[in-house]
Ligand binder design. Structure first.
Ligand code: PLP
Length: 334
């Protein structure tokens, strides 16, 4: 039985071409700055996204942490969405390791943070308060794409108020593919961007933080401090480079598969949230554990949640989406 794993787009296996690229990659000690493949990945992505420099790191969590710590000093504050990965799903790292106070704000239905609320949350220069230094956005945000107009407005606001602007672009390329624009149209608005290679792009490990020379030099020191300095890391960077060169346009297939799945489930009477990219959210209610077990018997791996998230990726096909819809139909009829 082939497994259809819809828990996340992190579950993908390296493709044959990617494994070849990894096997052939020239390597060196990256802590000495001598891994040619890491250096190529960093300069390639920095240039493509319009930044002076970039830094290869093992995870998106580390990439965001280094970005926040490079922008903010101890006692500074960053404004962030209540549902943002940086705030909610990274163990509170910015506060724990960076002594950076988060100021969370509710996310709007479209995934954005209301800019009027951002303005209201910026603290005056007063020794009672933490120093508001940065706004962090996420795109895509739970599968939703922030509009380019919104990003431009966030850029203007942060510039006017003297804040830095960071993007958790774990799924930057899903957003770019959905909008039909070069990723640079998105990244041009930010001072720093974190990109995950290990999500829909299909690399096994790795993220890249992009920013100015000064910011990345600071992040490089911090990366060493948190134990993220890797040696012959080109083995992994090669997978990332391969993904960026060969597995970006195909994200459109994942989006089409997610749309197909959403349509099929809606027709069955399931309550499905509008789909923009590769994530489908369905209300399952109190039958989540039962559905998970039912699907597991049919080779379909799901999380158990009353608001169930299903994520499409390069290891699931359009034909398999029909199998998933069929399983949900059978489950609904029981
Ligand atoms: C996955 C993810 C990250 C980082 O995840 P790691 O598992 O640490 O690589 C950051 N932000 C978002 C939105 C993510 O989905």
């Amino acid at each position: 039985m082939t497994v259809i794993d819809l828990r996340s787009d992190t579950v993908t296996q390296p493709t044959a071409g990617m494994r070849d690229a990894m096997a052939c990659a020239p390597l060196g000690d990256d802590v000495y700055g001598e891994d040619p493949t890491v250096n190529t990945l960093e300069s390639w992505l920095a240039e493509r996204l319009g930044f002076a420099a970039a830094l290869f790191v093992p995870t998106g969590t580390m990439s965001n942490l280094l970005g926040l710590m490079a922008h903010c000093e101890r006692g500074d504050e960053y404004i962030v969405g209540q549902q943002a990965h940086t705030y909610k799903y990274e163990g509170g790292g910015a506060a724990v390791l960076g002594s950076i106070q988060p100021q969370p704000l509710d996310n709007q239905a479209d995934g954005s943070v209301d800019l009027n609320q951002v303005v209201a949350a910026i603290k005056a220069d007063d020794f009672h308060f933490a120093r508001t230094r940065l706004l962090a956005l996420e795109n895509t945000m739970q599968g939703k794409v922030l509009s380019l107009d919104y990003l431009a407005a966030a850029r203007k606001l942060t510039r006017d108020k003297g804040l830095a602007l960071h993007l958790d672009g774990a799924r930057l390329y899903n957003a770019a593919v959905k909008l039909g624009v070069d990723a640079r149209e998105i990244t041009q608005h930010f001072d720093s961007v974190s990109v995950c290679l290990s999500k829909g792009l299909g690399a096994p490990i790795g993220s890249v933080l992009c920013g100015s020379n000064e910011l990345i030099a600071k992040a490089r020191r911090l990366r060493k401090m948190v134990g993220g300095g890797m040696r012959q890391a080109g083995l992994l960077a090669a997978a990332g480079l391969y993904a960026l060169e060969h597995q970006v346009e195909r994200l459109a297939d994942d989006h089409a598969n997610a749309a197909f799945l959403a349509k099929g489930l809606t027709e069955l009477g399931y309550e499905v949230e509008p789909v923009q990219t590769n994530m489908v959210y369905v209300q399952i209610g109190d039958r989540a554990e039962a559905l998970k077990a039912f699907c597991a018997e049919r080779g379909i791996v799901l999380s158990a949640a009353s608001r169930l998230r299903m994520v499409t990726h390069l290891d699931v096909s359009a034909a398999q989406m029909e199998q998933v819809v069929a399983a949900f139909a059978e489950f609904a009829s029981r």
